[in-house]
Design a protein around this ligand. Structure first.
Ligand code: NAD
Length: 493
C-alpha cells in the first residue's frame, strides 16, 4: 500500500522523521491507508512554504480574482470527476453511508464553485465622507489575511476541507491544512486535484498528523496569521489560548447540544422523519445534531412511539452497502457514546430503543450501534447537558412555549436548534428567542453553501460559508484620498 505523503511547497514528501500511521475502516478494522505521520518540524516546514509563497512576487495573493476563480472552478470540476473514488474513500474511512458520502462530495464541489463566483463580485465599499480636511474620497478594499492554518475533524472529511479551503484560497491566502488523523485520505486526493487545477506551489500545503504534534504548532506559531478550526470545544479552547502569542485571527466551529422543539400542532410524520434526520444522520456524529428533543406533553407518547417504531427499522451496516447508518468512527468513540447511555439510565432515563453495541454476524468487527432513544430525561442529567456525538436522542417534555424556549436555551452551547409547528408566528418567535447560530423551522439539518454557519456561546465564533465565510479570511483596509493635494491650513506657523 502506497504511503500518502504531505504536500509542502508544491512537493509530495514524507514526514522528516519518516514516521507513518495506519488509517482504518471502522466497519471492520481493516487498513484503508497508510499515511505519513508528521511532527512539529513538518508543520514548521509547511508554514515556511506558505509564508514564502504568500510574500513572493507574482503569487496567488497578487493573482487577479477572476483568475483565482478559474482555478477554483477547475478544482470543483476535478472533485466531481473523482466523485466515486472520493465518496468511497470517505465512506470507508469514516463509516458513513455511501449516499451521504456522495452528497458530501457534491457539496464540496459546490462550495468551491460558490466561492469562485463570490470572489468575482464587488469587494469593499465607497464612503461619502465630510470635507473637514478638504475634499476627500474614502473607500475600503479587502485583502487576504496571510498564512492561514486550517484544522478539521473526522465527521465530514472532504466537506469540512472544502468549507475551509475554498473561502481561504478564494480570498488569496496561502494555507496549511491539517485534516483529522482519523480521516486524512480524501484530503490527499483533494490536494492532487488542486495541484492539477494549477494552484501555485506553496499556496496550499497539506500536513498529515495528530493534533498535539501538528495542530498545536499551527495554533502557536508566530508565522501563522490566522487559524480556523472545526472540532471539539475543549480543543478549540486550547487553540484560542495558544493563538494569543501573536494575536492571530481565530475562527472556531465547535461542539453543540442542540434542541429540537416539537409543538403539538406540528405535522407529526414530518416532525418524526426530520427528527430522525436531525439525530441519526451521519451516525449522529454531527455538530448540529438535534439530540435534545423537546416535545409538547400532549403529543409526547404519540411522537416517541412513532420515532421508536421508525428508528428500530433503520438498517445498520457497512457504509459502502448504503445502510441508514454506518459504524461509529472508532472503538474508543463507541465506548464513549455507550457510556453516556449507561450513565443516563443510572440517572433515571428510560431506554426506549437501542442503547448498546451491535456485534452480530457481519457487524462483529466494527463499531456499530443502534439508533437510541432515551425518554424521561431531566435538565440536570449528563445526557441532556453534554455533547454525545452519536445516534442518541434524549426526550424531554414541556407544556408552554415559554418553557420550551427556556429549556432550549439552558445549555452552554449555541450551535443550532429546530422548531416544528404549523403556527408561523410561533415558529418565528421561537427561532428569534433561540441563542443559537443555525436554526430550522419544520426541518432539521439542511445546510447551504450560500448561508453563514457557526455558533453562539461555547459553540465558537466566526462563520463558515456564505459571504461571512469569505470575510473571515479577509482583512479590510481603509483608503482615504485627498482630492486636492497641497497644504490644507491646519498649522499656520
Ligand atoms: P477534536 O477536537 O478532537 O479534533 C479536531 C481536530 O483538531 C483534529 O484534526 C485534531 O487532530 C485536531 N487537534 C486535536 N488536538 C489539537 C490541539 N491541541 N491543537 C490543535 N489541533 C488539535 O474533534 P473531533 O473528535 O475530530 O470532532 C468532533 C467534534 O467536532 C465535536 O465536538 C463536533 O461537535 C465538532 N464539530 C463541529 C462542527 C461545527 O461546524 N461547529 C462541525 C463538525 C464537528
Amino acid at each position: 500500500m502506497e504511503t500518502i505523503l504531505n504536500y509542502i511547497g508544491g512537493k509530495w514528501q514524507p514526514a522528516l522523521n519518516g514516521s507513518t500511521r495506519k488509517v482504518s475502516d471502522p466497519a471492520d478494522g481493516s487498513v484503508v491507508g497508510i499515511v505519513t505521520d508528521s511532527h512539529v518540524e513538518d508543520a514548521r516546514l509547511a508554514i515556511t512554504a506558505a509564508r514564502e509563497a504568500f510574500l513572493g512576487a507574482g503569487t496567488w495573493r497578487l493573482t487577479p480574482a477572476p483568475l483565482r476563480a478559474q482555478v477554483l472552478y477547475r478544482v470543483a470540476d476535478g472533485i466531481l470527476s473523482r466523485i466515486d473514488e472520493l465518496a468511497e474513500l470517505d465512506s470507508r474511512n469514516n463509516g458513513k453511508p455511501l449516499r451521504e458520502a456522495r452528497c458530501d462530495v457534491e457539496d464540496a464541489a459546490a462550495c468551491f464553485r460558490y466561492y469562485a463566483g463570490l470572489i468575482s463580485a464587488p469587494q469593499g465599499g465607497v464612503y461619502d465622507v465630510t470635507d473637514a480636511f478638504g475634499p476627500m474620497h474614502a473607500f475600503s478594499m479587502h485583502e487576504p489575511v496571510g498564512v492561514c492554518a486550517l484544522i478539521t475533524p473526522w465527521n465530514y472529511p472532504v466537506l469540512m476541507a472544502a468549507w475551509k479551503l475554498a473561502p481561504s484560497l478564494a480570498a488569496g491566502n496561502c494555507v496549511v491544512f491539517k485534516p483529522s488523523e482519523l480521516t486524512p485520505l480524501s484530503a490527499a486526493i483533494l490536494f492532487r486535484i488542486m495541484e492539477q487545477a494549477g494552484l501555485p506551489p506553496g499556496t496550499a500545503n497539506l500536513v498529515l498528523g495528530t493534533g498535539p504534534n501538528v495542530g498545536a504548532e499551527l495554533a502557536a506559531s508566530n508565522d501563522v496569521d490566522m487559524i480556523t478550526f472545526t472540532g471539539s470545544t475543549r480543543t478549540g479552547q486550547s487553540i484560542a489560548t495558544a493563538a494569543v502569542g501573536n494575536l492571530k485571527k481565530v475562527g472556531l466551529e465547535l461542539g453543540g447540544k442542540s434542541p429540537n422543539i416539537i409543538f403539538s400542532d406540528a405535522d407529526l410524520e414530518g416532525a418524526v422523519e426530520w427528527a430522525m434526520f436531525g439525530v441519526f444522520f451521519n451516525q449522529g456524529e454531527v455538530c448540529s445534531a438535534g439530540a435534545r428533543i423537546l416535545v409538547q406533553d400532549s403529543i409526547k407518547d404519540a411522537f416517541v412511539n412513532r420515532l421508536a417504531e421508525r428508528a428500530t427499522k433503520m438498517t445498520i451496516g457497512r457504509g459502502l452497502d448504503n445502510p441508514d447508518m454506518g459504524p461509529l468512527i472508532s472503538a474508543a468513540h463507541l465506548d464513549k457514546v455507550t457510556g453516556f447511555v449507561e450513565r443516563a439510565r443510572e440517572e433515571g432515563a428510560k431506554l426506549v430503543c437501542g442503547g448498546g453495541r451491535l456485534s452480530e454476524g457481519a457487524l462483529s468487527k466494527g463499531f456499530f450501534m443502534a439508533p437510541t432513544i432515551l425518554d424521561e430525561c431531566r435538565p440536570e442529567m449528563e445526557i441532556v447537558r453534554e455533547e454525545v456525538f452519536g445516534p442518541v436522542a434524549s426526550i424531554q417534555t414541556f407544556e408552554t412555549e415559554e418553557q420550551a424556549i427556556a429549556m432550549a436555551n439552558d445549555t452552554r452551547y449555541g450551535l443550532a436548534g429546530g422548531v416544528f409547528t404549523t403556527d408561523g408566528a410561533r415558529a418565528l418567535r421561537v427561532v428569534k428567542a433561540l441563542r443559537a447560530g443555525v436554526t430550522w423551522i419544520n426541518c432539521y439539518n439542511p445546510t447551504f453553501n450560500e448561508a453563514p454557519w457557526g455558533g453562539y456561546k461555547m459553540s465558537g465564533y466566526g462563520r463558515d460559508l456564505g459571504v461571512n465565510g469569505l470575510l473571515e479570511y479577509q482583512q479590510v483596509k481603509q483608503v482615504n484620498t485627498n482630492l486636492r493635494p497641497g497644504p490644507f491650513g491646519w498649522y499656520t506657523r
